[in-house]
Design a protein around this ligand. Sequence first.
Ligand SMILES: Cc1cc2nc3c(=O)[nH]c(=O)nc-3n(C[C@H](O)[C@H](O)[C@H](O)COP(=O)(O)OP(=O)(O)OC[C@H]3O[C@@H](n4cnc5c(N)ncnc54)[C@H](O)[C@@H]3O)c2cc1C
Length: 244
Amino acid sequence: MGQARLHVELLRHTPRPEEVVAMGAKLCYSPANIDDLKAGIESKDQSAFVDKLVSMGHMSPVEHVTFTFGVEGISRACSHQIVRHRVASYSQQSQRYVGEQTSKHEGTIFEYVIPPTVVDAGRAEWFEEKMKMIQEWYDELNTALGDAGEKSQEDARFLLPNAAETKIVITMNARELLHFFRVRCCNRAQWEIRAMAEQMLLKVKEAAPKLFVNAGPGCVTGKCPEGKMTCGKSEEMREKFLNM
Ligand SMILES: Cc1cc2nc3c(=O)[nH]c(=O)nc-3n(C[C@H](O)[C@H](O)[C@H](O)COP(=O)(O)OP(=O)(O)OC[C@H]3O[C@@H](n4cnc5c(N)ncnc54)[C@H](O)[C@@H]3O)c2cc1C
């Protein structure tokens, strides 16, 4: 307990994701029937279909495959940003049912995330002290509300900070993931969601390398979409994400 560490796992994904996407494409672009699709699609043809879809911006076949991640060691500040992505499914650990009383933490306090800037500013200990104070307030309020499991925890949690660690299961289809990587791997995104998105991207590149070959921030495949807000590092970013 105490300081949390980012942990991202790809729990499950649609089996043979690139073949499934190629099936959708083949049905669109050739006189194939369902039995032809069931016979399977050779690896080289899968690449050709995936390339064709991406170059044409014909993205509906990419929606047929989903990826499910388990993420822990992120802050509530980060999870709040994640769940803004609506074309996805989420299951997040509840602060109602899972209490944060000191008694549940083996002698320490609830888990939290310290931003690197706080550490760099020499404020890590100061920050930890504040977390301990919050723990005391939480315990005090939870007791005052009757220490009644979810009934008291649901209101004691109002004192917990954005830094509080959370765990979440996320399912996105490949089209939404490509969009998610475009906005959340960008240098303009907040550091924590960016670190998480990069971990997710590494995992899906292993599972479906053709599908995610050009995945990453908008500048990987074209001009930086951020206009005046550009970080000015498009070339560096392109290099990084294409060689991931
Ligand atoms: C750098 C950065 C800064 C941000 N700052 C803020 C901020 O200050 N305040 C704030 O509130 N949010 C902020 N956000 C969140 C942002 O506004 C989006 O809510 C979030 O990125 C989810 O993206 P989305 O809406 O494109 O995509 P998703 O919800 O993932 O949807 C994917 C795509 O589906 C389509 N779509 C989904 N739902 C609809 C709909 N209802 N109608 C039409 N099309 C739809 C859109 O094309 C959308 O791009 C920020 C995001 C970033 C990356």
